[in-house]
Design a protein around this ligand. Structure first.
Ligand code: ATP
Ligand code: MG
Ligand code: FE
Length: 346
């Protein structure tokens, strides 16, 4: 079975082709991605209307590119998958509309996929795919959750953020430091030559004893420090503040991941979502997990943030497990998107 997958939930248009046969691990045949980051940068964040329009411009050329990379045509596709939610409604409608229309025109089934399931299963595209069950730390721009994952489709949320996501904490702090959007990777780069101990920043809920998170207070503390150091602080001070911010976020993510591992008794951790690309987070998790005999799995660096490959992969894994039965598939050309949708909810 060859799955053509479409992602358009936010500011990345992604298309990919994954092949699945029997029990063998699904294989990525080709993928293409267009990031709108440069377009939104002038506004300091994603402008939903511009995002939708750009998805419209990009999605079909990307699909053509993927097919030509794979040396295949639309006739070689057996199933079309698309991100149904959560995300920006207008952006989701573009990918879903194109995917379902293609499926209807080719008389193929269409399979809606949960964006976070895509992130969660993205490590299956890596050279070292995980085995079930595992604890998942999902750290993206909009979500921060710890989950127990027993199989594809069997997700239990152990804890999540009560306010900002970890990616949001990175992005908002970076913005306060005058860095471009999305600030996470920029803040991480600035932090490389900073001293994390130069500032004492809060680690909210660190000792709550539950796998929950809160990052709003950190952003406020960063704001207070930014005001103190003035508009043109020396580069070293800014680097120190960046390093302290990153350290505070990483500390909390590591401590809560360990708590979830302890609570579940599982010895495997999967990290997914954009913040999973953070080098200090990977380092700290690797060290903490090695001590406890826990194996950690990550998506490839380029597949931490949004992409089409993870959507096609999630669909392929669902097909392989018989989870894409007639009930889940649409053949009537109809579709709906779910801008707000909790993973695990019906
Ligand atoms: P969601 O999946 O919850 O809808 P999203 O799709 O916008 O949100 P992702 O694409 O998974 O989120 O990740 C984007 C986030 O990852 C941004 O907040 C970005 O700053 C952050 N990020 C990316 N690389 C790094 C890095 N190296 N260090 C820290 N943060 C990073
Ligand atoms: Mg993005
Ligand atoms: Fe995402």
């Amino acid at each position: 079975t060859r799955v053509l997958g479409f992602e358009s939930s936010c500011d990345e248009t992604g298309v990919a082709l994954v092949e699945v046969a029997g029990d063998a691990p699904p294989r990525l045949l080709a993928q293409a991605l267009h990031s709108q980051i440069a377009m939104h940068q002038a506004y300091g964040g994603v402008v939903p209307e511009l995002a939708s329009r750009d998805h419209v411009r990009r999605v079909l050329p990307l699909a053509r590119e993927v097919l030509s990379q794979a040396g295949l045509t639309l006739r070689d596709v057996d199933l079309v998958a698309y991100t149904q939610g959560p995300g920006l409604a207008g952006a989701l409608l573009v990918g879903a509309g194109v995917a379902v229309s293609l499926a209807a025109a080719l008389d193929l089934p269409a399979l809606p996929i949960h964006h976070l399931e895509g992130h969660l299963l993205s490590p299956f595209l890596s050279a070292d795919p995980p085995e079930f069950p595992f604890v998942a730390l999902l750290v993206s721009g909009g979500h921060t959750q710890l989950m127990r994952v027993d199989d594809v489709g069997a997700y239990e949320i152990l804890g999540e953020t009560i306010d900002d996501a970890a990616g949001e904490a990175f992005d908002k702090s970076a913005k306060l430091l005058g860095l471009p959007y999305p600030g996470g990777p920029h803040l991480a780069r600035l932090a490389e030559f900073g001293n994390p101990e130069a500032f004492d920043l809060p680690r909210p809920l660190l000792h709550s004893g539950k796998p929950d998170f809160s990052f709003a207070g950190l952003k406020t503390a960063v704001l207070t420090q930014v005001k103190k150091i003035g508009d043109s602080p020396c580069e070293q001070t800014r680097a120190d503040l960046a390093a302290a911010t990153q350290a505070a976020i990483v500390d909390v993510l590591v401590k809560k991941s360990l708590l979830a591992l302890k609570e579940t008794g599982l010895k495997r951790l999967v990290v997914a979502g954009g913040v999973g690309a953070n080098a200090r987070l990977r380092e700290a998790l690797n060290a903490a997990c090695a001590k406890r005999g826990v194996r950690v799995h990550y998506p490839e660096l380029a597949l931490c943030t949004d992409n089409g490959a993870m959507i096609a992969m999630a669909a392929a894994l669902r097909v392989q497990r018989g989870l894409a039965g007639e009930g889940a598939l649409r053949r009537d050309g109809g579709f709906e998107v779910r801008p707000r949708w909790e993973l695990g909810a019906a």
